[in-house]
Design a protein around this ligand. Structure first.
Ligand code: NAD
Length: 499
């Protein structure tokens, strides 16, 4: 038995030296073994981190765009060079298979690449001669210290939706990672240091509600970017804004995939399996409700079941298709939804409750599960399950399918499968969801577009990354200037108009 590693904060360019009053267990989900103990910050530790970030902002906020971009390029290079190491850290604490962990790092890298273009992204506007001898121009300035609170399911990518842009724009950052898989953030902190980022610009503070509340209420924290479950997202939004902060809080999801009768069913079956069971369904863009229109259901369920029979569940380091769930508690919760669906009268077509696995018996295993004849009043449909459970809902028409998606409280992602361009176009226009896929199951936008849902999937008005990200991490200022020519205008107490 190896001793669990101590995982502590990263403050002011170095590992935190102090002792922790409280810690949390970090386990390898594929074995159940205790691999680490993560320090939980007190509000005093958070104060220390915010003070370091505030001090660093005094310089970093004024550092030239070219110098900031140079550090970003160096970070991008190191991250790319060491992405396999980061992926291995993610798999060891989250459980997702290695290829999936690598995919997560790659999507994060894309945001770093986007942020490398910060000199272009921060260009303002200029209007010459708005009035005689008067010019107006706009500039965007950094906010100061910004907080980022992330969920367990993407320990590298989700923080990277935010911090590359925040740092490139001149802010200094405190990341509060999920306590379930905290090590990725520390690895990233080391890369930043190697890339030449000054101490205090990127800090990692671990912990639970105590750390989150300290960030949300701290007078020197100017904004909070949160990703996690809806209940906490709402709490973070309300508490952060009540304390005068700019907040973007991305919440949970229940993503529907609508399949119309004219769809290519092989393509739809592949998509449903990939999007339903990739990362064991622990993705905010996972498909969890398959809405079959007309006579699509029987053949599609058959095709999906065939494909599910080929999936290998097991340790993510052994080339399996699907890894374990993140914790035992979460695995048991997901399992209880399958029990509830069965008790409610749904048909369990493929049952993952006693899976055959290529892994240790102590892992948090649950096999892919397909449930048919689900109705909209069942908890397998209403709730975000966040596991490898795909529910099939049968409906008669496009209109009923659309209404169902629009009536659901979540609105993160959705997909439609059809060969009818008119139907797809109508869906894109009518559906009340933030990210839409047309014959694409996980419509995760590219870094230069913005990511985020509607309704209970997002609180606040800024989505992540892309131009909305640049906007979120900067404040606009408009300057009206006149350089005397020297024809003085004289006294005029009227409201300024154009002359
Ligand atoms: P979570 O809400 O439990 O935790 C998210 C963060 O909040 C963590 O850092 C955690 O430490 C902190 N937290 C937990 N409880 C808290 C409390 N009572 N007070 C203050 N802070 C608290 O979410 P999770 O289980 O880590 O992640 C899964 C959830 O995240 C799912 O609902 C998923 O849909 C969502 N998610 C959404 C998106 C999106 O883009 N909308 C992306 C990824 C994940």
């Amino acid at each position: 038995m190896t001793e669990p590693t101590r995982i502590s904060h990263w403050i002011d360019g170095k590992p935190f030296g102090g002792v922790a009053e409280r810690t949390g267990e970090v386990r390898d989900p594929a074995t159940g073994a205790l691999s680490g103990r993560v320090d939980f910050a007190t509000s005093e530790v958070m104060d220390e981190a915010v003070a370091a970030a505030k001090a660093a902002f005094a310089e970093w906020g004024k550092t030239s765009l070219t110098k900031r971009a140079t550090v970003l390029f160096a970070f991008r290079h190191l991250l790319n060079e060491r992405k396999e190491e980061l992926a291995a850290i993610i798999t060891a604490e989250h459980g997702k298979v290695l290829s999936d962990a690598l995919g997560e790092v790659t999507r994060g890298l894309e945001v770093v690449e986007f942020a490398c273009g910060i000199p272009h992204l921060l260009k303002g506007g200029y209007s010459e001669g708005v009035s005689t001898g008067v010019d107006v121009y706009s500039i965007r300035q950094p906010l100061g210290v910004v907080g980022i609170i992330s969920p367990f399911n993407f320990p590298a990518m989700v923080p990277m939706w935010f911090f590359p842009i925040a740092i490139a724009a001149g802010n200094t950052v405190i990341v509060k990672p999920s306590e379930k898989d905290p090590s990725a953030a520390n690895f990233i902190a080391q890369l930043w240091a190697e890339a030449g980022l000054p101490a205090g610009v990127f800090n990692v503070v671990h912990g639970d509600k105590v750390a989150v509340d300290s960030l949300l209420t701290h007078k020197d924290v100017k904004s909070v970017s949160f990703v996690g479950s809806t209940a906490i997202a709402k709490y973070v939004y309300e508490t952060g804004t009540a304390h005068g902060k700019r907040v973007q809080a991305l919440g949970g999801a229940k993503n529907h995939m609508v399949v119309l009768p004219d769809a290519d069913l092989d393509l739809a079956a592949d998509a449903a399996v990939n999007a339903g069971f990739g990362s064991a369904g622990e993705r905010c863009m996972a498909i969890s409700a398959l809405v079959c229109v007309g006579d699509v259901a029987d053949p599609l369920v058959a095709k999906i079941s065939e494909r599910m029979a080929t999936l290998r569940t097991g340790d993510g380091r052994r080339g399996s298709d699907m890894g374990p769930l993140v914790t035992e508690v979460h695995r048991d919760k997901v399992k209880s939804y399958i029990d509830a669906g069965e008790a409610d009268g749904a048909t369990i077509v493929v049952d993952g409750r006693n899976p055959e696995v290529d892994g240790e018996p102590g892992g948090y295993w649950l096999g892919p599960t397909l449930i048919d004849n689900v109705t909209t009043d069942m908890s397998v449909y209403t709730d975000e399950i966040f596991g490898p459970v795909l529910s099939v809902v049968r409906v008669d028409s496009y209109d009923v399918a659309l209404q169902m998606v629009n009536d659901h409280p979540y609105g993160n992602g959705t997909a439609i499968f059809t060969n009818d361009g008119g139907a797809a176009r109508r869906y894109q226009n009518e559906v009340e969801v933030g990210m839409v896929g047309i014959n694409v199951p996980i419509p995760v936008p590219m870094a230069y577009y913005s990511f985020g849902g509607w309704k209970s999937s997002l609180f606040g008005d800024s989505h992540a990354h892309g131009t909305e990200g640049v906007h979120f991490f900067t404040r606009g200022k408009v300057v009206t200037s006149r350089w005397l020519d020297p024809s003085h205008g004289g006294i005029n107490l009227g409201f300024p108009t154009h002359g």
